[in-house]
Design a protein around this ligand. Sequence first.
Ligand code: ADP
Ligand code: MG
Length: 538
Amino acid sequence: METLEFQAEARQLLQLMIHSIYSNKDIFLRELISNASDALDKLRLAVLRDGVEGDLSDLRIEIEVDPAARTLTVRDNGIGMTRDEVVELIGTIARSGTAELIKKLADAKGDAELIGQFGVGFYSTFMVADTVTLVTRKAGTEGHGTRWESAGEGTYTIDDAPDAPVGTTVTVRLRPKDEEDALFDYAAEPKVREIVKRYSDFIAFPIRMGDETLNSMKALWARPRSEVSDDEYHQFYKHISHDWADPLEIVNLKAEGTFEYEALLFIPSTAPFDLFHRDSARGLQLYVKRVFIMDDSRELLPEYLRFVKGVVDAADLSLNVSREILQQDRQIQLIRRRLVKKVLSTIKDLQQNQPEKYATFWREFGRALKEGLLNDTDNQKAILDVASFASTAGPEPTTLADYVGRMKEGQDAVYYLTGDSRAQVENSPHMEAFRAQGYEVLILTDPVDEIWVDAVPDHDGRKLQSIARGSVDLPTPDAEQEPEGDFAPLLGFLKETLQEQVKEVRLTHRLTTSPACLVGDADDLPPALEKMYRAMGQ
Ligand code: ADP
Ligand code: MG
């Protein structure tokens, strides 16, 4: 037997779990069942597709409770793990950004919502456990199984398990009953029955306790929406997304005819902490006629919709389909196009009919969605329609349509100014004349704003015009056009003195109080990009 240490991040996360104030401890069982279900999916695929030797005749999840010993056991006959996999998958956390997140969590004293976003999975057992024992054997391998055990405090032991059957058994020894008032009796059958029904009813494999099957096993995406309760959808969402919060919106889709498929998508209510990390988990789950094929199928949605979670079940794909094939598959491309349209129209619907939900959506995911303005020219207009922007008109973001509705007589462009923050943009000298004359200006402060504005020349025939570039044709107010003559000596002097720094010095009507400002040429790089390129040494 060997004693090993948890990786630092894993140790910290476990501490948070052990001392968790998260009130809903029931969900540890959901997490164990979810892992068991994943393991059964993986075994089925390994046997059907990769020719791994394995028995698919009675895939199941079994739960056993022992009230006297205060133990709860969840057993599956799925794919199992090798010894190395146990060390790697259970002893460490590989997700990037984990260290930062744990720091935030510790500061927030185990804030439930943050933990939920992270999806602690297996470790959630330590909310209720004294010790957790996991015995496993990988399908299709020779030799013995592995026994892992830990009290969650820094170390775990690992040992051979000669007689372990294929699959995984997790035994949770519950903390003493009187330790915490709120601790429910997870070693009691009625409690287990209730939790399984509530959280795991849709799991596609039987969950048995003794002779009784506890779940209905109906694939949620195949059922008509009217027959499924919101709560059922929410639990399913939590199963596939590892989020602990309810989703913001549910999107169903069913296509019949040449290509048959069903899709059940969810827009989460909060952005995951790693939405802007390059290697964050993204993509949908792909099924073929109810058989799970793969997680994180990125081909089904474009990058800018990476926050959408869900399942696509296609009837006519081969079980052998690989990521490479998916990238070229015509059917997948059609499905993808349809999903994008459906998600965008759902957002539009929120915008028109549920302004509060829309505001949440935009706050959490607007920044990601705007990437689509660059990458998805087909849907550029649809994205612009559902986008909102901060504006000098007021504290609330505005849509372009509303902006246009407020445009002044004679104004033919949508004005914007980019910058690092609202305050910086509002205090820019470029803003002076526009403010003085009552022109509304959009305030664009996301890094992606610098880039998409150049990819979108106009919206409904109206130019998007930066007020920091070129000469903006503001209709001149009553003030007399000042004859350059009087200023010629000054302009000449400035031009000469600044010749290394500027191309030109000219009179302007843009300013009301500042004496001078810098403007870029119409075809110059936006300042932020210029800064970025300079920083990269170009
Ligand atoms: P997640 O399920 O989000 O990946 P978990 O913490 O729940 O995270 O589980 C970590 C990993 O441990 C899983 O991805 C899986 O590879 C492995 N694992 C957990 N439980 C099982 C199981 N019952 N059978 C096989 N592998 C498992
Ligand atoms: Mg899990």
